[in-house]
Design a protein. Structure first.
Length: 185
C-alpha cells in the first residue's frame, strides 16, 4: 500500500530536491537565452518545435511555481509578516543594488562607445540606478553600451522578472493578512 505524502511534508527541512529543481530551471533559462543571443531572434530554441513554448518559458514557470511554494511556506511557518517581508526585501534589494552599481560604474564605462564624461552625464546613466531599484519602472539601456549586439542596449534582460516576483510576494502577504494560509503544525 502506498503511503500518502502531503506537500507540506515534502518541503519539510532541507532534505528535498527543490533547490536542485530551481537550479536546473535557472540553467534551462540560460540555455534557452543563449540561442537567440548567439544565433539571433529567429533561432529555434530547445523544445519550442516539440511543445510550442521555449525551454526558457517552461523553466521560468517551473522556477516561479517552486519558488512560490517555498515563499508561501516561509510565511506560513513564520507567521510573522514583518519578519517575512524584511527577509523578502533582503533577498532582493542588496544583490540588485550591487549588480546595478557594478553595471553602471564598472561595465558601462568599460564598454560604452561614448567618452567617459559624456557617458556619466547622459540622462540614461543618471536614471539607470533609481529606475531599476523601483523594480517597476525598469530601464535596460545605458548610453553607448552594447549598441551593436543582436539585442542592442539590453544589459540585464532578467530584471523583468523582479517586479513579478515582488508582485507575487505581495499576493502571498495578502493571503497571510486575510487568513488564507494554514498555520504549520
Amino acid at each position: 500500500m502506498l503511503k500518502s505524502v502531503r506537500l507540506s511534508d515534502a518541503v519539510e527541512g532541507r532534505d528535498n530536491n527543490f533547490n536542485l529543481i530551481r537550479f536546473l530551471a535557472a540553467t534551462g533559462v540560460l540555455i534557452s537565452h543563449a540561442y537567440p543571443i548567439a544565433l539571433g531572434p529567429e533561432a529555434l530554441q530547445p523544445l519550442e518545435s516539440l511543445i510550442g513554448i521555449t525551454l526558457g518559458h517552461l523553466c521560468v514557470l517551473i522556477f516561479f511555481a517552486v519558488s512560490g511554494l517555498l515563499i508561501t511556506q516561509s510565511l506560513s511557518r513564520s507567521g510573522d509578516l514583518k519578519y517575512w517581508s524584511a527577509s523578502r526585501t533582503l533577498r532582493i534589494l542588496p544583490g540588485l543594488a550591487v549588480v546595478l552599481v557594478l553595471t553602471l560604474f564598472v561595465l558601462g564605462p568599460l564598454v560604452t562607445t561614448l567618452p567617459a564624461a559624456e557617458y556619466f552625464q547622459a540622462k540614461d546613466t543618471l536614471t539607470y540606478l533609481p529606475r531599476n531599484l523601483t523594480l517597476y519602472f525598469l530601464q535596460y539601456e545605458l548610453p553607448g553600451v552594447f549598441e551593436t549586439n543582436l539585442y542592442p542596449s539590453a544589459i540585464n534582460g532578467s530584471l523583468w522578472t523582479l517586479n513579478y516576483e515582488v508582485t507575487c510576494y505581495l499576493g502571498v502577504a495578502m493571503l497571510g493578512i486575510l487568513g488564507g494560509l494554514a498555520a504549520e503544525r
